[in-house]
Design a protein around this ligand. Sequence first.
Ligand SMILES: Nc1nc2c(ncn2[C@@H]2O[C@H](COP(=O)(O)OP(=O)(O)OP(=O)(O)O)[C@@H](O)[C@H]2O)c(=O)[nH]1
Ligand SMILES: [Mg+2]
Length: 282
Amino acid sequence: MGKYAQLVIGPAGCGKSTYCNHLYEHCQAIKRSVHVVNLDPAAEAFQYPVSLDIRDLVCLEDVMEELGLGPNGGLLYCMEYLEDNLHEWLGEELEGYGDEDYLVFDCPGQIELYNHLSVFRSFVDFLKNDGWSVCVVYCLDAHFVTDVAKFMAGALQALAAMVKLELPHVNILTKVDLMEDKNHLDEFLFPDPELLLHQLAASTGPRFRQLNRAMGGLLEEFSLVSFLPLDITDEDSIADILGQIDMAIQYGEDAEPRIRDELEDGGDDDDDDGGGDGGDDI
Ligand SMILES: Nc1nc2c(ncn2[C@@H]2O[C@H](COP(=O)(O)OP(=O)(O)OP(=O)(O)O)[C@@H](O)[C@H]2O)c(=O)[nH]1
Ligand SMILES: [Mg+2]
């Protein structure tokens, strides 16, 4: 069936790890197997079971202590260390995973890691070469939609990651359950640059008009920036998101032929209860 992965990225504290945990629990409930990988060398506690952990390779605390670096410099060092050890460490770890496996990479929150450094580009290139179909899941906190200027900045960051990583890409607006007023939510989920520009003009001085227009034009030209809402209190919300990601990476597309092949091979299935009625063609 193939090997599939999500790379969950986004600004600090936007809800990446919460999304990973929520997705893990949803998959448990629907009996779908996923493995969550911690790629944050500074992470301390997890709500999900960690299948693979960057801290087995490099840990922020040790780096800060041994090299006398601060938290930001230390994190950059850790991620560059990961980049230098992709083949040795990740390659070896991934040998334990194969066809039909689904990994979810919970990444650290500094956006310069995606936009300024080459580590994530090298990381996804490595996964692609190793046969993984990867979808980038870009998380943005719903508080970004309380202010048009903030939203534009967030959408442009998402666009930059999209362009930099060149992968199937899904944007998620997290923490929607915390929004008091959801009346204007749709305007941000499917942003219309013209409308946003109009609102932006009301909150910024006239000398920014051209700059605002250029940024709006950029979003319009790519017409790629739309968001799926994540409300962790609503199970349908995570199911919809997973469905969109499945479509983006064509997860399960060849599942049907596999079932057919198994039936043609005699189909002496071990467990299933009432599944065998007829079964001539599916
Ligand atoms: N109500 C609500 N709280 C959330 C949601 N997502 C995250 N939070 C809270 O926001 C805080 C940060 O969430 P995390 O999931 O740790 O965010 P993160 O993006 O993994 O953070 P870093 O890894 O540090 O960049 C935590 O207190 C979460 O409980 C959400 O969808 N709804
Ligand atoms: Mg996290």
